[in-house]
Each structure stands twice: as structure tokens, then as C-alpha cells.
Design a protein around this ligand. Structure first.
Ligand code: HEM
Length: 391
């Protein structure tokens, strides 16, 4: 009886709080409206607490497109406590990336959960400020400049040749291959070798660990971000992803400590044949100790975390795969250097036959990168003599 009474009272209290909260919110809104008129972009009717979450499906860009047909090229979308402007035509995109670039240079707080031990150094979600400006300069001038991309040309070539050799073997054996998996593995190996002089696939424990951790974090961070849109409720780790992400990040932290130690040993014994990105960042970190902004060891680890990696330079605004303005992708030069050559090589050297069906299933999967929903599995058969490329 006592328990029932207690439960009834809790419900009553909850509803009183909810209704008072809603009344207070509408009262404040009216007062604010009465004093100054800020004209907000059109927006669908929002539900209490969740905002527009019920209108967003797993393929976000498709949900946005449907809503944009109704609400126009600039609309306001609220997911829990996060408010975003969704832009869907070139004219408004140009306004955002050019005229109002600095007003849009910060990022939503996704990934800033307390479970993320790197939340203060995660480059792609850092707020616009001194540290972000410093890191962007390091990226553009030191790590991903044209000169730096050229310096790693041999690594890119070696990894592409490995891919062609694998396809050649599959072709000889009449075996199929998952094209997405093989391309991802090639890209990961290139990135791991350029950043830390290690491959991500192979037998070495370190490499397998990097691959496992990266895969786990990518899978869980979507759930973590979803939990975070509920603002104060995020501390309850609604989807249970927070603790799992933290455990993976602690493994990543220990692994990076080992890799940094190995690099430092080599630096002290002056046994560096070719500087990788980690060597360059360690040099910057040990540089001017009196500098206004400093790159710490934690900063280096945070920098390397989440990045998996027409006019794509963001000058025309109807196609912006690399974003634009000051938050645009610093890796676009490197991506272009890899994508075009790889695509040309696999198309030129092999015929491709689908393993099932006679048409590629173009259904899009969930997530931000619009990957295919179903794996693209094909039989490669040699078309030209690949020794032209592999020698
Ligand atoms: C096809 C490949 C790629 C695509 C389509 C792509 C796309 C993008 C986009 C759209 C953004 C902007 C996100 C935003 O506005 O917040 C971005 C940011 C970023 N990208 Fe890429 N990217 C690619 C490859 C790479 C590579 C190879 C690297 C590095 C090795 C890289 C590093 C970064 C970084 C560090 C940021 C954050 C920039 C900042 O916050 O200022 N990307 N990328």
C-alpha cells in the first residue's frame, strides 16, 4: 500500500513538473518574442523533450531531403537538446560557407560525453578557438600539405599494388571479394603507415588491436551520440554505449602510449629513416615550451582518433563532399590522390561480375558516410596484364 501510494505520488509529481515545465517554457517564449523578434528558419512541429527526433530515420540525409521539400532550403531541426540548421541548396550553402563561415565554425557537442576521455582534444568536434586554429594550421602546413602528401607517394603505391595482387589471386582462384572491405583495408593501411609506420592488417598484435578498437568505436559512437541529444539525461548512458566506448578508449590510450614510446626511443637514438606523422607531431609537441598553445601527448592521441578515412574543393556549393569554409576537410587532397588512381586501376585491370543478381543494390545504409546498405561482392577477372602496374 505504502509503495502504491509512493508510486502514485511520484507520477503526480512527475506530471505536475512536466506540465509546469511546458507552461514555463511557453511563457518564456512569449516573453522573449514580445521583447525581440529573432526570425528563425521554418521548422516542423516539435514534440516535447525529443524535438524532431521522431521525424529522423537512420539515413539522415534522406529524412532531411523529405523535410526540405516541405520546409525549404534552410530549416531548423531540434534533436533533443541539440539545435541544428539544415541547409539543402547551393545558394544558402554559399551564404553559410562564405559570408557567415565564422558563425558556423563550431561543432555540436556530439562526442563530448564524459565517457569520451579525449573530449577536449578531439579535433573534428573541437569548438572554434585558439586550440582548433593551432591544430588546423598543423594539419594544413605540416601533415596534409601537398609536399607531405607527395612524401608518402611510395606508401600509397605499395598498398595499391597489394590490393591489385590480392584481386589477381582471387581472379586466378575464381573467388569473389567484398569490394568495400578490401578498399577499406587498403585505405586503413595507408593511413596507419603514414601516421604511425604500422599496417592495420596483418598478424602483428598492435595492428589487429588498432583495427578492433577503430571498428568498435565507429559502431558505438552513433549510439553514444543518440544518447547525448537528451542533454542532462546523457549521464544515465541510455543505450549503454558510454561505458563500452570508454573501455575501448582506455585500450586505445594504452596502445598509443606504447606507439609514442617506440617513436620517442627512435628519435633519441636518431634512428628515423623516414618521418611519419607521429614523428612530426612529437617534434611540434617538444618544440617551443613557451608557446601560447601547446600540443600535449593527449592532444596527439585525440588528434589521431575517429578519422577513417566535379568540384570538391568547396568553391561551387551544389556538391560539397568535403564540407567547406574553415571547417572543411583538410584531408581532401590526400583522399583525391588515392581515390582517382585506385578507381582507375581496379576498373582498368579487372572485369567485375556481381556474385548475386545482375544489378548493384544501391540501397543506402545508416550513418553519416552514406555507405551501401549491403556489401558489394563481386568476382574480379583479369582484363589487362597487371604486371604493368605491379612492377
Ligand atoms: C573521401 C574521403 C573523405 C571525405 C568524403 C571527407 C569528408 C569530410 C567532411 C565533409 C568534413 C567536414 C565535417 C564538418 O563540417 O564538420 C571533414 C572533416 C575532416 N576531415 Fe575529412 N573526408 C575524407 C577524408 C579525410 C582524410 C583522408 C583525412 C585525414 C587523413 C581527413 C581528415 C579530416 C579532419 C581532421 C576533419 C575535421 C576538420 C575540422 O574540424 O576542422 N578526411 N571531412
Amino acid at each position: 500500500m505504502a509503495i502504491a501510494l509512493y508510486t502514485d505520488q511520484s507520477y503526480l509529481l512527475f506530471f505536475i513538473c512536466l506540465i509546469s515545465g511546458l507552461l514555463l517554457q511557453s511563457f518564456i517564449k512569449k516573453r522573449v518574442k514580445g521583447h525581440k523578434t529573432i526570425q528563425l528558419p521554418p521548422s516542423p512541429l516539435a514534440l516535447p523533450i525529443i524535438g524532431h527526433l521522431h521525424l529522423l530515420g537512420s539515413t539522415l540525409h534522406q529524412s532531411f531531403q523529405t523535410l526540405a521539400f516541405r520546409y525549404g532550403p534552410l530549416m531548423l531541426i531540434r534533436a533533443g537538446t541539440t539545435t541544428s540548421y539544415v541547409v539543402s541548396n547551393a545558394i544558402v550553402a554559399k551564404e553559410v560557407f562564405k559570408t557567415h563561415d565564422i558563425d558556423f565554425a563550431s561543432r555540436p557537442e556530439f562526442g563530448s560525453s564524459d565517457y569520451n576521455i579525449y573530449k577536449d582534444t578531439l579535433f573534428s568536434t573541437l569548438g572554434y578557438g585558439k586550440y582548433w586554429i593551432f591544430m588546423k594550421k598543423v594539419c594544413m602546413m605540416e601533415l596534409l600539405s601537398a609536399a607531405s602528401i607527395n612524401r608518402f607517394a611510395d606508401i600509397r603505391r605499395q598498398e595499391m599494388v597489394k590490393l591489385l595482387e590480392l584481386l589477381l589471386k582471387r581472379s586466378g582462384e575464381g573467388e569473389s571479394c567484398d569490394v568495400g572491405v578490401e578498399l577499406m583495408s587498403m585505405t586503413n593501411n595507408m593511413i596507419c603507415r603514414m601516421t604511425m609506420s604500422t599496417r592495420c592488417s596483418g598478424n602483428a598484435n598492435e595492428s589487429t588491436e588498432i583495427r578492433e578498437i577503430a571498428k568498435g568505436i565507429t559502431l558505438l559512437s552513433g549510439q553514444l551520440s543518440l544518447g547525448e541529444v537528451f542533454g542532462p539525461l546523457k549521464k544515465y548512458d541510455l543505450f549503454g554505449a558510454g561505458k563500452k566506448v570508454k573501455a575501448l578508449l582506455i585500450r586505445y590510450d594504452q596502445l598509443l602510449d606504447r606507439i609514442i614510446m617506440e617513436h620517442e626511443k627512435k628519435r633519441h637514438s636518431q634512428d628515423i629513416k623516414k618521418k611519419d606523422m607521429m614523428d612530426i607531431l612529437l617534434e611540434i609537441s617538444d618544440g617551443d615550451q613557451t608557446a601560447d598553445v601547446k600540443l600535449t601527448r593527449n592532444g596527439i592521441k585525440g588528434f589521431f582518433l575517429h578519422h577513417d578515412p566535379e568540384d570538391v574543393k568547396g568553391q561551387r556549393f551544389d556538391y560539397v563532399p568535403f564540407g567547406g569554409g574553415r571547417r572543411g576537410c583538410p584531408g581532401s587532397g590526400l583522399a583525391a590522390a588515392v581515390m582517382h588512381v585506385t578507381l582507375a586501376a581496379v576498373v582498368q585491370c579487372f572485369h567485375w561480375k556481381l556474385k548475386s543478381g545482375d544489378k548493384v543494390d544501391m540501397e543506402e545504409g545508416a550513418g553519416f558516410s552514406a555507405a551501401l546498405a549491403h556489401p558489394l561482392v563481386c568476382y574480379p577477372t583479369v582484363r589487362v596484364n597487371t604486371s604493368v602496374i605491379t612492377t
